[in-house]
Write a new protein. Structure first.
Length: 232
């Protein structure tokens, strides 16, 4: 009986220090229901309850930080292992990459619109860099044959110069190459889009002048890749 009284007093004291049920039960191995009764009978003051709440918040914060650290470590491990699987690319592999990239994101020639030129649109700067390098190294396209268009939400009109400078830095082309801009109006005032802050740089379209024959070549390369895949 004396032992139970001592355990109860110790449990209440620990609670007043801001300890959680789990922490108290590790120190005093009693039934959780018993602990609940003891603490209910103790009728902790408002100040003591606030102390517990703050301790609980700090414990939760520490737990969140620990979980974040573990998640980052797992991600880094995955990234390193995955990147290690990519070896040096051959010219042929790079050629195929560019074809598939355009196949997915580029403008295609339509029967009702013959003579289309190469046009590749994206907001992912890495894709933009890759495609420009592909045009240069594989297709041997001269810089003076390449043009750009920017599509930007109307709400970012005041950031236009900043956006131009961003794409100039990414592509290596002078900022005056980005004079053609289209502003997109949004009919919805509230949006779930995440790319609405200062990191939003719009969509960049890469255009190649006098490139209708290249469009047809890319279409043929894409078809040939598809036919080879069907043989697998």
């Amino acid at each position: 009986m004396i032992k139970k009284i001592e355990e109860k007093e110790n449990a209440i004291a620990l609670r007043k220090q801001g300890k959680t049920y789990s922490e108290i039960l590790r120190a005093i191995p009693v039934a959780k229901s018993t602990l609940g009764i003891w603490l209910k009978e103790a009728k902790l003051s408002k100040t003591e309850n606030q102390k517990f709440t703050e301790a609980k918040r700090l414990a939760s914060l520490r737990g969140g930080q620990a979980k974040k650290k573990q998640r980052v470590e797992r991600q880094n491990k995955i990234f390193l292992e995955a990147k290690a699987k990519i070896k040096a690319l051959s010219e042929y592999e790079f050629f195929l990459m560019g074809v598939c990239l355009y196949w997915a994101e580029g403008t295609k020639e339509k029967e009702y619109r013959p003579g289309s030129q190469v046009a590749f649109s994206n907001m992912d700067l890495k894709m933009i860099v890759l495609f420009l390098k592909w045009l240069d190294k594989v297709c041997k396209i001269q810089k003076n044959m390449i043009g750009f268009e920017i599509t930007l939400h109307e709400s970012h009109r005041e950031r236009l110069n900043e956006v131009r400078q961003f794409w100039s830095k990414v592509t290596g082309f002078p900022s005056n190459n980005f004079s053609q801009v289209y502003f997109k109006r949004s009919k919805i005032k509230k949006t779930n889009r995440k790319n609405i802050g200062e990191k939003y740089q719009g969509v960049l379209k890469i255009k190649v002048r006098k490139s209708s024959n290249l469009v047809r070549k890319i279409a043929s390369w894409s078809e040939a890749i598809f036919e080879e895949v069907l043989k697998k």
